[in-house]
Write a protein that binds this ligand. Structure first.
Ligand SMILES: Cc1cc2nc3c(=O)[nH]c(=O)nc-3n(C[C@H](O)[C@H](O)[C@H](O)COP(=O)(O)O)c2cc1C
Ligand code: SF4
Length: 635
């Protein structure tokens, strides 16, 4: 019997199972902080998938609070009608729902940052205003007022965002709290703001209105708080009347614990949740890549947590809970923990997903059957080609998919080769499995020619042939020791143990090639013209990969413009005009991509053609999946 699907109760809230959707910003509210139709459609769709409880995204509690872009607001009565429509939509699917109360504190990027002490987040962010005691009291009152609005809008609970070094967590952290009054110094003092918020909410909403609390089990940064501290804080929160503790992790300096990217192992936050659960008697929610069913079951069976957060996996596939319950795990569209979703939200854009084109257009998404089934030929099986084939087939077309390489995947296959990115294969395999199940006619290892097209006689052709490496006009790049970095990743070119390798270009491919070569090459250097490497990698993954590359001894030479490749050396110029050289055995090129040139223009002449994906503009997976889906919908 699966523990995951046992009903559960928290402070009178009845959950049909032990799976919860943790708060996740969507960028779907409007710029004034109101719920939009798209916000409602997004949450309704997730409620329909069988999740046991939903905690709506971090929502701002006071007028001075701003995060990065469109975020829900709670502090005025005018927000209540929209909030009520959202609660009603989730309730209509039989799912309990609450809202997360949020003040970003010194992580206020759009407005005026505030904090317990005037310590900036980083060298590049402004010095925050240090809160006076009167201002702290005002803010506590705003948390309570916002909670009342949520209760009045029909929510089952509120969740205080006390994690991730937003305001309450900034009070708790010795890194951001250097106060010498009642709010600073001892753990008790640093936890005071958190406990005052809880007390104020309970006083305003009534003691029977459940208050959940989210904490970072540990900050994961030098000088920050640790799990011994949060165990004590959790005891105090329980005594203060909190109904449930949700244990997340990390802070601004350790974002890999907050939203663990694919390079971080599953369940990394569970030990902290388990230790906290040991010292309290209210339920504990664990989070952090727990979409491995065996792992999630084990966490419950071992008593490490009471509830399992399914976050990004529910973005990737809203039906994740239902499919697990029905024993249809093969049908789950897997989250690859690429963090493209959070990267977009952090840039004030609407959430989209690298594997699910429905995200952000849940309300209008409709795969309409084709009026007349046609013969559709999709050339190229990268992320956009495969998605175009899938959607076109779902619409009833007769679809054939053609790939030059011996395996499906194109850029997905290349992207999965770095050790930290093997998870990408999960999605590649899912797409391949789905296409086969749907009856797409798959051809691998076939170079499509004019004859192939004539023989197929398609009614429509979707060209998704991808991009080719950019080769800049640097003298010496035609020498035999210079290779395309992709060829190394794909194991078509073997680097021998002990070789010294220079990688020209610090893009995602450059960094991944370096990671791939760690342990084989004796010396690895990345040469990048720009001041940073990791262009095109989302922030959290980039933070981590750079740290690991440096830890493994990879030399990262930024602001280094390669001017020539000669026999056994790479010549490069530093910003001060000095020329330097690196002695190497091999040079790998990872400069960038450009669309392949016109493809079989004569053979396609007179046919219905869509050119999509990297074949049109080299882009990321989110763009790829979306243009692929659009092509499938349009054909
Ligand atoms: C797009 C996105 C937005 C997020 N926004 C919030 C948020 O508003 N509040 C919060 O406490 N955590 C937020 N998180 C963290 C998640 O709640 C969750 O703890 C994290 O994604 C790890 O769980 P998972 O591996 O199941 O996704 C966000 C995560 C993502 C991916
Ligand atoms: S964008 Fe990436 S991390 Fe986010 S849900 Fe989709 S697959 Fe998962």
């Amino acid at each position: 019997m699966s523990l995951l699907f046992e009903p559960f109760e928290v402070a009178g809230i009845k959950l049909p199972n032990r799976l919860v959707m943790p708060p996740m910003g969507t960028g779907l509210p409007d710029h004034e902080g109101f719920v939009t139709d798209e916000t409602i459609a997004y949450y309704r769709r997730r409620a329909q998938g069988g999740i046991g409880l939903i905690s709506i995204e971090a929502s701002l509690v006071s007028p001075d609070a701003y995060g990065v872009g469109p975020e829900l607001r709670l502090h005025e009565e005018k927000y209540v009608p929209g909030l009520r429509r959202l609660a009603d939509a989730v309730h209509a699917e039989g799912v309990p729902v609450g809202v997360q109360l949020w003040h970003p504190g010194r992580q206020t990027l759009l407005g005026k940052p505030i904090a317990p002490s005037a310590i900036p987040l980083s060298r590049r962010t402004p010095i925050p205003h240090e809160l006076s005691v009167a201002e702290i009291e005002d803010l506590v009152a705003y948390y309570a007022r916002s909670a009342v609005h949520c209760r009045d809008a029909g929510y089952d609970f509120v969740e205080v965002h006390g994690a991730h070094c937003y305001l309450p967590c900034e009070f708790l952290s010795p890194l951001s709290n250097h106060r010498e009054d009642d709010y600073g110094g001892s753990l008790e003092n640093r936890a005071r703001f958190m406990l005052e918020i809880v007390a104020a909410i309970r006083a305003a909403c009534g003691e029977d209105f459940p208050v959940f609390f989210r904490i970072s089990g540990e900050e994961g940064a030098d000088g920050g708080f640790g799990v011994e501290d949060t165990m004590q804080v959790s005891r105090w929160l329980e005594e203060a009347g909190v109904a449930c503790i949700s244990v997340s992790g990390g802070n601004w300096y350790a974002l890999h614990l907050t939203i663990p990217p694919m390079s971080v192992e599953r369940g990394v936050l569970v030990p902290a949740a388990a230790r906290i659960r040991d010292v309290i008697s209210i339920p504990v929610i664990a989070a952090g890549r727990l979409d491995d069913v065996e792992l999630a079951e084990r966490i419950l069976a071992d008593g490490q947590a009471d509830l399992i957060a399914v976050g990004r996996a529910l973005i990737a596939d809203a039906d994740w809970p239902r499919k697990v319950r029905e024993g249809r795990r093969e049908d789950i569209r897997p989250c690859i923990a690429c963090n493209a979703c959070v990267d977009l939200v952090a840039r004030a854009e609407e959430a989209r997903c690298a594997v699910n084109p429905e995200v952000g257009r849940d309300g209008t998404w409709h795969v309409a059957p084709a009026n007349t089934p046609r013969r559709v030929m999709v050339v190229g099986s990268g992320p956009s080609g495969m998605e175009a084939a899938r959607i076109a087939r779902l619409r009833g077309h007769h679809v054939s998919l053609w790939e030059r390489d011996p395996v499906l995947g194109g850029k997905l296959d290349v992207a999965s080769r770095a050790p930290s990115k093997r998870t990408v294969l999960l999605f590649n395999d899912y797409q391949a499995r789905t296409l086969a199940r749907l009856g797409v006619d798959i051809h691998v290892g076939v170079e499509v020619t004019a004859e192939t097209i004539d023989a197929e006689a398609p009614d429509a052709v979707i060209v998704a042939t991808g991009a080719e490496p950019l080769v800049p006009p640097i003298p010496g790049l035609d020498s035999p020791g210079v290779v395309d970095a992709q060829e190394i990743l794909l194991d078509r070119i073997q680097v021998e143990p002990g070789e010294r390798v220079a990688i020209i270009g610090g893009s995602a491919t450059g960094c991944e090639t370096a990671e791939f070569l760690v342990g084989t090459a004796s010396e690895i250097a990345i040469l990048e013209m720009l001041p940073t490497v990791g262009r095109g990698i989302e922030l959290i993954t980039r933070q981590r990969i750079i740290k690991e590359l440096k830890g493994a001894g990879v030399r990262i030479l930024t602001e280094s413009r390669v001017t020539a490749v000669e026999d056994d050396r790479v010549v490069y110029e530093r910003p001060d005009g000095e020329t330097e050289t690196l002695v190497v055995d091999r040079v790998a090129l990872a400069i960038g991509w450009r669309p392949r040139g016109p493809w079989l223009a004569d053979a396609l002449n007179g046919r219905e053609v869509q050119i999509i994906g990297d074949a049109l503009t080299p882009a990321d997976f989110v763009a790829a999946i979306n243009v692929g889906a659009n092509a499938g919908l349009a054909v």
